[in-house]
Design a protein around this ligand. Structure first.
Ligand code: AHR
Length: 503
């Protein structure tokens, strides 16, 4: 029996959206070994003069992450930013209740900004609206963004940062609907507070991009009423509403797990509709955009945390070891993000180093790339451009919860500056390859630049300290062009990047 045929049609004139590069953002929280032992490890042989691991920096730079959300996450809801500035020796050690760890404040705001600069990235700053409010937000924005001559901006200068950081994006708290959140709130309480904080920040600089918290996930009982209520308070004062989602494999059901991106797409569509509803109700001219500022696969480490090192600095938490099927789910999520690039203008892979991360370290030796690193790398490098409407014809399977799910998930991005079209495809079939036939209308002189595949006979294969390249992408031969059609074989359970040039 031959491979099943899956068809794609794209047309040069049918553009869905121009990709905002901030779709390829990420997230570093003071959590586990993300900072202490990940980003920062002064006793490591590869540490630089600031104590930052250069092997980690290299991998972050390779990913081309334009924006990094900081410092949390749950951590931010009791965050006292003043503890982490000034002479390191004078900084207090604090209890981090969110992750039951000690925060030594060795790495604070100024150090993190120095690191982000070395990583060729910018910071998306989150504000504590759990235990704090307008006053602290006002001071923080002055410290970070004001040029100088005022109390807080002069303090920043005294700490060695002469020029303002000029953070463009600010998150108004984190997951404020979650009962686990320190200082969690009802939608009315949070909506009122967020609107007032937003007003204050916009009085300082009306060009800031402000992100208000949506629900902490589509499974929250208050979703999507939370979004509607919060936007009613904040619509005219904010620019983005956040979405958080983590894919989980339940009952060892791989087909269902591979369909988690369907849930993600429904989540986005519901928030898009809620924004439209509130916009219409308010007769508003502006459109609030979506910021998926936490997304990933997260389940391997759940329940595995040990209490041995309670209140330790940089204790091991959320260290998911990602395998091939996780990379496919991350690939499907990236495809969904690109398909909704018109409304989703920012997204942050949660997170970046050691905690549910594409980059892992150990106390000695070099950092390595987890499987999920690769789909992110491919999209970040070859997914910036214009998303083409990508019509897919594919057979599918019955997933249970998400109905019939096509074996092929795909999106195409036109990159005019390189005269290329990138195809990102996932074959969800466990045992059969798909024969891809992609028709490209409106393009002349097309030819294949490369076809790169991430797949493995063992879908549970993963990389680790002793086998950092056990799973890595490989070049696939055989993709070719016939007339206006690209023909390629997509192996079973595979992530594929196919680059096509045109004249
Ligand atoms: O990313 C890990 C945690 O997940 C974050 O701290 C929190 O915002 C979310 O629940």
């Amino acid at each position: 029996m031959g491979d099943s045929i899956a068809r794609i049609r794209v047309d040069r004139e049918s553009i869905l959206a121009t990709v905002d590069e901030r779709l390829f953002g990420s997230f570093v929280e003071h959590l586990g070994r993300a900072i202490y032992g990940g980003v920062y490890q002064p006793d490591h042989e590869l540490a630089d003069e600031d104590g930052f691991r250069t092997d980690v920096l290299e991998l972050v730079r390779e990913l081309r992450v334009p924006v990094i959300r900081y410092p949390g996450g749950n951590y931010v809801s009791a965050y006292k930013w003043e503890d982490g500035v000034g002479p390191v020796g004078d900084r207090p050690r604090r209890m981090d209740l969110a992750w039951k760890a000690t925060e030594p404040n060795t790495v604070g705001l100024d150090e993190f900004c120095r690191w982000a600069k070395k990583a060729d990235s910018s910071v998306m700053m989150a504000i504590n609206l759990g235990t704090r409010g307008i006053e602290e937000a006002r001071n923080l924005v002055e410290y970070c963004n004001h040029p100088g001559g005022l109390y807080w901006s002069d303090l920043r200068r005294a700490h060695g940062a002469e020029k303002p950081y000029d953070f463009r994006v600010w998150c108004l708290g984190n997951e404020m609907d979650g009962p686990w959140q320190i200082g969690c709130k009802t939608a009315d309480e949070y909506g009122k507070l967020a609107a007032e904080v937003a007003k204050a920040l916009k009085l300082f600089d009306p060009t800031l991009d402000l992100v208000v918290c949506g629900s902490s996930g589509p499974g929250m009982p208050t979703f999507p009423q939370w979004e509607a209520t919060v936007l009613e308070y904040c619509y005219e004062h904010v620019d983005f509403i956040s979405l958080h989602i983590y894919a989980r494999k339940e009952k060892d059901d791989r087909p269902l797990f591979l369909a988690e991106s369907v849930k993600f797409e429904h989540f986005i569509q519901t928030v898009e509709s809620t924004v439209r509803f509130v916009k219409a109700k308010k007769r508003s001219k502006k459109t609030v955009r979506l910021s998926v500022d936490e997304w990933n696969v997260w389940y391997h480490s759940l329940g595995a945390e040990s209490d041995d090192d309670l209140w330790g600095v940089g204790r091991r938490l959320l260290e998911d070891r990602y395998n091939v099927e996780d990379a496919l789910v991350v690939g499907c999520f990236l495809i969904v993000l690109l398909r909704h690039a018109d409304s989703v203008r920012m997204a942050c892979l949660a997170q970046l180093v050691n905690t549910i991360a594409p980059i892992m370290t150990d106390t000695s030796g070099r950092a390595w790339r987890q499987t999920i690193y690769y789909p992110f790398l491919h999209c970040s490098r070859y997914g910036r451009g214009e998303v083409l409407e990508t019509r897919i014809e594919s057979t599918g399977y019955e997933s249970g919860e998400y109905g019939t799910v096509p074996y092929l998930e795909a999106i195409a991005v036109l990159r005019r500056t390189d005269s290329e079209v990138s195809f990102f495809c996932v074959n969800r079939h466990e045992t059969e390859a798909l024969s891809l036939e992609a028709r490209l209308s409106g393009f002349a002189g097309i030819s294949v630049v490369e076809h790169v595949v991430l797949a493995d006979p063992d879908p549970l294969a993963a990389n680790g300290r002793d086998a950092p390249d056990r799973v890595a992408p490989r070049a696939e031969n055989g993709a070719r062009v016939e007339g206006d059609r690209l023909l390629a074989r997509l192996p079973p359970l595979s992530w594929n990047l196919i680059r096509v040039s045109y004249s």
